[in-house]
Design a protein around this ligand. Sequence first.
Ligand code: BG6
Ligand code: MG
Length: 216
Amino acid sequence: NTIGVIFDLDGVIVDTAKYHYLAWKKLADALGFEFTEANNELLKGVSRVRSLEILLGIGKVTVSETEKQKMLISKNEDYLGYITKMNANEILPGAEKLLNTLDALGIHYVLGSASKNAELILKQVNLYHRFYGIVDGNDVSKAKPDPEVFLIGAKKLNLSPEKCIVFEDAIAGVEAANIAGMTSVGIGDKETLKAADFNFNNLTEIPEDFFSKFSI
Ligand code: BG6
Ligand code: MG
């Protein structure tokens, strides 16, 4: 096929953004500062380590490297507590239908996620086997908005970046797709994701013929 799709995971395929938020909020509570859902937008799409740095910045808290490592471990333990209970009911509306459409069109799709838990999550919701390839937080050294994760995805698809369409819910992810020279589709608040080439509130809004505007 001449085009391919790269999916972000958290907040696009599955509703894990709320679990990340709860786990980070627990840490912020313990450190004694407020961490709002608006603050949380800044952490979306961003690597675990970078998320912690942003969080500590919001709380104006300085901690040692050892402390940071402990925080990363305990945040992930809390997060794992949520995701190990996940099942296919937590696949976001419209996601499976979209994958079915792509399958029918013969368009390959890969995952392009910042998460080191991506494989576990996809297996929990029984979608792992459907992806043509997986690129996640274990494969990259530079976090979104660096385009690395999506450029590796394009390689897996064996396509040049301009033939790739990226579905993203995060500001950092839309930016990464744009920097990579790919078509960016923002899933979520249009104002927040105004840098995207296309915007939809959720995957159910994607028109049946969406992919026909790209040369197949
Ligand atoms: C991204 C999420 O997909 O993965 C971020 O949007 C998260 O919020 C990042 O920090 C890293 O995830 P994990 O599972 O490796 O901690
Ligand atoms: Mg996301």
